[in-house]
Design a protein around this ligand. Structure first.
Ligand code: AMP
Length: 247
């Protein structure tokens, strides 16, 4: 009998822990559109309307502070399906696709659409409707956020609205240019000074193979309300000097 009770307690604890994702912080990832568009793949604009020359949201991503190692015991106890939905299918540095059946409905975010159109536009030629981009981000990352869809998108927008990254860079003399390059350390310092928190930077390559600032990863607390210093450095693909191409 004791064994049965112990098993039931263990089972209910596991059920509770898999319902609420145990990530450590969020990345709010913002992207410079000039650096998305001037690569070999190019870009397309939603409804053929060019977005503003401003950083746009790529996503709000739950992340672990430490990538997870062997999960054999959990896998054995939960079975493969529950394991995969808890820990993530690919990387174990973040959870993803936590609830595959949970589709984003346009109705749930109807009052946010105008702001999302401005701040979270698609640039992909495969996904030419921004709603598809938001739905993809919701399914992959949002379903692991412990937030309802409306809060997930509203908090990402509110965080972005706190600081205008293009303005912060311009104040430090870092303005879009197709010829100028800037020390990556001054980009990092400008963002730390302008927002009060250290962010991670990611570069990509333009069609000529030159490094350019592509994405800024700001770290955010588990409620998706306040910025924090990034607990993790990440591979940046940046060189000592980087471009910020005109958009
Ligand atoms: P994720 O899986 O959340 O890391 O996002 C990566 C996917 O998002 C890739 O397929 C990218 O091509 C796509 N992506 C990145 N930026 C944009 C953007 N601005 N518009 C549409 N798709 C994007």
């Amino acid at each position: 009998m004791k064994l049965v009770i112990a098993f039931l307690v263990l089972f209910s604890l596991l059920a509770v822990s898999s319902a609420s994702e145990k990530f450590d912080f969020f990345y709010l990832v913002q992207q410079w559109p000039g650096s998305f568009c001037d690569t070999r793949q190019g870009c397309c604009f939603p409804d053929d309307t060019k977005p503003a020359a401003a950083f746009g949201i790529h996503g709000l991503w739950p992340n672990y502070a430490k990538c997870r190692g062997r999960q054999g015991l959990v896998r054995a106890m939960l079975g493969d399906d529950a394991f995969l939905s808890t820990v993530g299918r690919r990387g174990k540095c973040w959870p993803e696709y936590c609830d595959d059946g949970n589709e984003l409905s346009p109705w749930e975010i109807r009052d946010l659409v105008a702001s999302l159109d401005r701040s979270w536009p698609t640039l992909s030629c495969k996904n030419r409707r921004s709603f598809q981009f938001w739905s993809y981000e919701w399914k992959k990352h949002g379903t692991c956020s412990n937030l309802e869809p409306h809060d997930y998108f509203a908090r990402a927008l509110a965080l972005k609205a706190k600081h205008d990254l293009a303005e912060i860079l311009a104040d430090a003399g870092i303005v879009p240019s197709d010829t100028e390059t800037y020390p990556v350390s001054s980009v990092r310092d400008a963002i730390a000074q302008g927002t009060g928190f250290v962010a991670n930077l990611e570069c990509n390559r333009d069609a000529d193979g030159e490094a350019q600032l592509f994405q800024v990863y700001q770290c955010v607390d588990r409620d998706a309300k306040d910025l924090i210093d990034c607990p993790l450095a990440m591979p940046t693909k940046c060189t000592d000097r980087v471009k910020l191409p005109v958009f």
